[in-house]
Design a protein around this ligand. Sequence first.
Ligand code: 3PG
Length: 220
Amino acid sequence: MKSAKMNSMQVLKIIEHSAVIPVLTLNESMHALPLAKLLKNCGFNVLEITLRTKAGIESLKLIREHHPDVVLGTGTVLSIEHAEDSIAAGANFLVSPGLNPRVVEHCLSKGYTIIPGVNNPSQIEQGLELGITTFKYFPAVASGGIKMLEAITGPYGRLKFMATGGISQDNLGEYLDSPLITACGGSWMAPSQMIQDQQFSEIHRLCIETKTFLDSRRRS
Ligand code: 3PG
């Protein structure tokens, strides 16, 4: 199934509004639908499925088919083939851990929303030259966290980053407080092993914890 028609500006706006994106790595696609339903019930309507496992594309297809209202991203997009398979499966946006100019150029030429990963100024400049202004900051914590991001973005204009890699309930607030951060992504609400073990009540608890935190920030 084709992805719902949305341009990059619309997708990036929805990502910004969501503030938090569960990043899901599924070993078996049979977990995709119960998980998507649970996450949606907890108020998470933007989800990212990684291609770290073979079940990624099938999971994406299932969620697209059964939850057409969910905004779906694919993570771990390492090649043009990954990008094309993701879009064909119904992805609205594509995320990669690094910045591969060939993949980025291909996606931009096709009008796909691609968020490439960076963690240094050279990669940011390469992205800017290609026309990217929203990046993934990866791996956020191991790269030096928000202080490092503030330091490396000093010379540039208005850029936005989706921080992922090591984000948890404990440090989420410090990232969301930064004007550089458009959203945070991560597996802390639905870790791969927990999905595999079908610990859905614990996933539900973690999701509600994050959702309650987000709601309290919105109110204050
Ligand atoms: C990933 O690449 O899998 C994501 O960035 C998630 O990282 P995390 O598991 O540290 O949240």
